[in-house]
Design a protein around this ligand. Sequence first.
Ligand code: ADP
Length: 475
Amino acid sequence: MLKYLDDPDETPKSNADSDNDPTSLTEDLDSQDISDEFDDETVPVEIELQSSDESFRQKIGGLERRISYLERIVKVSQMLNSILSLEPLLQIIIQSATELTNTEACSIMLIDKNTGELRFAESTGGLTEALKKLIIPLDGSIGGWVVRQDKPLLIRDVRNDPRWHGNVDEALDFETRSILGVPLKVRNKVIGVLEVINKISDDGFNEDDIQIATTLGAQAAIAIENARLLDELQQAYRDLSEVDQLKNDFVSIASHELRTPLSVILGYATFLKDNVSGQASEQLEIVLASAMKLRSLIDDMVNLRHIQTNDIQLSRSIFSLKQLVVDISDEFSDIISGKKLVLSKKFIPNDSPLNIDADRQKIYLILANLISNAIKFTTEGGRIHINLELKGHKYWLNVIDTGIGIAQNDYERIFDQFYQVEPPLTRKYPGLGLGLSITKGMVEVHKGRIWVESVVGKGSNFVVVLPSAPDVHNS
Ligand code: ADP
């Protein structure tokens, strides 16, 4: 810092000279002047004890004033950090900057991230339409100079400065006389400019003002950047929610619209199959199988919709969970033998029907989805084991396979809608990625839990814990 910075009343010689110069009413402190003062290699502070008490008192007074400024800046900084929305934040910065530098007005200009243009973001008196439209050129303007040079700029009389353009005053219906501009900088990158305008004092701007504006600018820049990031994040979240809503609506409409014509196809195909024989019957068998597959996909979409809207009604009855496992295994027996898989089952206790009070159709979906996945993701010759055990008042079901396995960072995500570990365009395995999210929804509506344990390349173990009756507490 230069010596005169220690004594706020002692003005730099060049300013004083120019103030007294009758040919220039005020002085444009050339950019170089200020930047020199802010260079790292500044002259060390020289505090000389003056002989007179008066001078000593002035020094103390100056220091006290600076401490008071710093205290106010710290308070402003705390306030800035607590405001997360950009608009009120900019208003507080404007207000604080004019108060702390004792000026008539303040403007904040920010660089548009997309176009790279400098535009007004806020100004004393508000951001009028005319101001919003103004683009401040980076070349040949005061703001542009501050951005390009990344240094403060003090202009004591804008009328004598070619970088001043009156269009801003016109837009604001305001008369600018003097300006102090400082860069708004985050992580070594200038994101805009803070300008304080028209010092309310005959002496004009002084070194304290430059320091205050620079310090405030640094704090403000961080707060502005944080608020902008938060804005962007919230916008991204809103966009995502919109896309999600669109997807939900599509699923809902598509499933509804597909159901009716499919029922007609299924009805006619069944009727025709019963009335023809030979090759035609075989072909109709294929039509029927394909239509059934389509129906199961549509059912998945409908079920998903019900889960999303929390619209699942349970139709409870008491039935044998053991028998259901046996029945579903039998339904898959053709595919299992086609893939040369070995399926084993174990029930504990073995001599019990293992009754459960639950919605049979939904428990069917849980078991069918887990078993069909185990079959789908296990290569030929592999093994699948189903374990069902009653522990206390809960059933523990394991569907274990020796298939491709799942990486640990996918353990949670595979239960998300439409999530598939394989990339969609190069997928080897068919499916929509809905089975597990529906399965999880059906487990949870029964107050149960589901998770997976797996080793890539070795196999997976899907674990389901279900209360044996609705009044069993989950822990
Ligand atoms: P889909 O089977 O239609 O792709 P799911 O929701 O049933 O949809 O499963 C989501 C993803 O979880 C699958 O695409 C697969 O990547 C993985 N996955 C599910 N079950 C298994 C399993 N038994 N072994 C390996 N990966 C599995």
